[in-house]
Design a protein around this ligand. Structure first.
Ligand code: GCB
Length: 591
């Protein structure tokens, strides 16, 4: 069975077409939402992809002696966007294939182009239009699109998507990760209409370390000769006009004293990008972020990042977060905690979160799903990591709130990994040098009371990220107030994770980890803050984690029951005692 399966996967990988690179700023585009109800077929052994089954053909019986052993009619209907795991009880931990189908009426327009655009599908998507394969996309947290201008029919069209979320050893992430592998069409789906020549991409941000100079580019799709492009910021009276080259590319650069974005004053300007045939607009902020020795400077001023981690999950519903109101719920709690910084662990989260975070005044650490056991030596994994990095940066590079691109989480030090991630850091800077490159590391030399940073990858990072669970995994090696941290790197460090599990409402001994009590977690936060006070190069912390979250790794029947209980809030949003410890600290800590 597995030989046949591997063959089929190979066959489809070779024969399938890839999705196209997507356009930026889709919320601003003329579009028809394809969200809503989609008919589905649950395919636990992935039989629908086999040639003799060809489920995407959506066959109907013809004549008296014919029958078909599947049908989209009469089966379940799922919400899109939405993970499939939470839409039927029997799919709670499901990791295989679900086929989705939606029919749409299309009126073709002569001067327009049409794109089928998926904000994200977890994990592997094969997309069919009227039973023909448009292409495939791998990776659960970034957008992809297909141009369908010449492929759609006048009238009724059918879209079928095979979604498979089976974890793969060579996938990104790979096998073991501490969250629910929510599969499905987890984010918005859109049919986007553009003019023949349209604005495909632009990068409009301040040049690195320069508070007055905007430096970027615009790319126009569909041009055969130079096109005029205007970048307008009406409030600042900016009208910048450039000509593209023959391929539609133009450098954008101008000087202006714009008011700078910061968490205290998250100023955004309406920016309009215009050509003879197309126009898009969105709110963009401007700021600088740089390091100076062990300091982080935002707009030239030293800043401490008061952070929290969260997953893209609505904990009270127990499913993937997908809407603006989900984003608001997460971000409101982070505000109440006193944060100015969020690590959107462990993958690029949806645009609702990123855009709203910027509006509400949070700096963001955005991370690649390169997690622990990733297979760096595998060629296809390497290719996928690089394409995901490009997709992440492409989508969010105009969000000034994003101050850190994190290239990985807790990968095991070694020559291969360090070389790979060093190259990835270079690639990342090559695409966007206006932000920090970081990584959440987890290996350091543990002495009795002296902890020493020691990971070759740090040489390649602007800011050190460190996950350390002193007091939880392995207990405290010494009294927290006596623990010293040493670094030879002369770089700022952010503690990207620390924490402990506690059941909301459970009370017990503050020095017994297995009590799973609020008191133990509360004491751990006090001890961590005592220890952290002595780290001279610490410029930010990111507690793990805002809400309790669902995880298939957490098996204890009474303490966990498939939940990771490290939340400062229970899944219902009730505050545990540790919340108040961190809240007091953030309130008293100057930025
Ligand atoms: C980690 C991981 C995170 C886990 C967390 C934990 O180091 O980065 O994904 O959820 O620890 O709770 O153990």
């Amino acid at each position: 069975m597995s030989i046949i399966r591997n063959f089929l996967i190979l066959f489809f990988t070779i024969s399938s077409l890839h999705s196209q690179s997507f356009m930026v700023n889709v919320p601003a585009r003329q579009q028809t939402s394809l969200n809503g109800k989609w008919k589905v077929i649950i395919d636990p052994v992935d039989v629908g992809i086999q040639k003799w089954k060809s489920l995407y053909k959506d066959k109907k019986p013809k004549g008296k002696s014919s029958f078909v052993e599947y049908s989209f009619d009469g089966g379940p209907v799922f919400d899109v966007p939405g993970d499939f795991n939470s839409q039927l009880p029997e799919l709670k931990f499901y990791e295989s294939t679900v086929w989705y189908k939606k029919e749409i009426q299309i009126v073709k327009k002569k001067d327009k182009r049409l794109f089928l655009y998926f904000d994200a599908v977890n994990y592997h998507a094969d997309v069919y239009l009227n039973s023909e394969l448009l292409g495939s996309h791998e990776g659960g947290f970034t957008p992809f699109q297909f141009e369908v201008t010449d492929l759609v029919k006048e009238g009724l069209n059918s879209i079928i998507v095979r979604v498979n979320n089976e974890r793969q050893p060579d996938g990104v992430p790979a096998m073991g990760y501490d969250w629910i592998n929510y599969g499905g069409i987890t984010r918005d789906v859109r049919l986007i209409e553009t003019p023949k020549i349209y604005i495909d991409d632009y990068f409009i941000q301040l040049e690195k370390s320069n508070k007055k100079h905007v430096l970027g580019y615009v790319k126009i799709n569909g041009v055969k000769k130079p096109e005029k492009v205007e970048v307008l910021i009406p409030e600042a009276k900016i009208k910048h006009t450039v000509m593209t080259d023959n391929k539609g590319y133009a450098v954008v650069k101008f000087n202006n004293k714009l008011k700078l974005w910061s968490p205290d004053d998250p100023k955004l300007y309406k920016v309009i990008v215009k050509t003879a045939t197309d126009k898009v607009e969105e709110n963009i902020g401007f700021r600088t972020i740089e390091t100076k020795g062990e300091d982080i400077l935002l707009n030239g001023k030293s800043v401490f990042l008061k952070g929290i981690n969260f997953h893209e999950e609505n904990a009270s519903r127990g499913n993937r977060a997908y809407s603006e109101s989900d984003a608001l719920q997460l971000l409101t709690k982070a505000k109440e905690l006193g944060c100015n910084f969020i690590r959107t662990a462990h993958y690029p989260q949806n645009e609702h979160i990123v855009r709203l975070a910027e509006k509400m005044g949070f700096m963001l650490w955005e991370e690649m799903p390169v997690f622990q056991t990733i297979q760096f030596k595998n060629k296809s994994t390497s290719k996928l990591i690089h394409s995901t990095l490009k997709e992440m940066i492409k989508r969010d590079k105009n969000r000034c709130a994003v101050v850190i691109w994190s290239i990985s989480n807790e990968t095991h030090p070694g020559k291969l990994r360090t070389n790979f991630l060093s190259n990835l850091a270079d690639t990342c800077r090559g695409i966007d040098n206006t932000r920090f490159v970081s990584s959440a590391l987890h290996k350091y030399k543990k002495g009795k009371s002296v902890m020493t940073l020691d990971d070759d990858l740090i040489e390649k990072l602007d800011v050190i990220g460190l996950n350390q669970y002193l007091g939880w995994y392995g207990g405290w090696p010494a009294d927290p107030k006596d623990i010293q941290w040493e670094s030879k790197y002369n770089k700022p460090m952010i503690i990207s994770e620390y924490g402990a599990e506690a059941m909301y409402g459970r009370h017990g001994a503050k020095d017994v980890a297995s009590s799973w009590s609020e008191e133990y977690q509360e004491q751990l936060y006090k001890d961590q803050l005592t220890m952290q006070k002595n780290i001279s190069f610490l410029r930010g912390t990111c507690a793990w984690i805002l809400f309790d979250f669902r995880s298939s790794l957490r098996l204890h029947p009474t303490n966990q029951n498939y939940w990771n209980r490290k939340g400062l809030l229970s899944e219902k949003g009730y505050r545990k005692k540790a919340w108040y410890v961190l809240n007091d600290f953030y309130k008293s800590k100057k930025e």
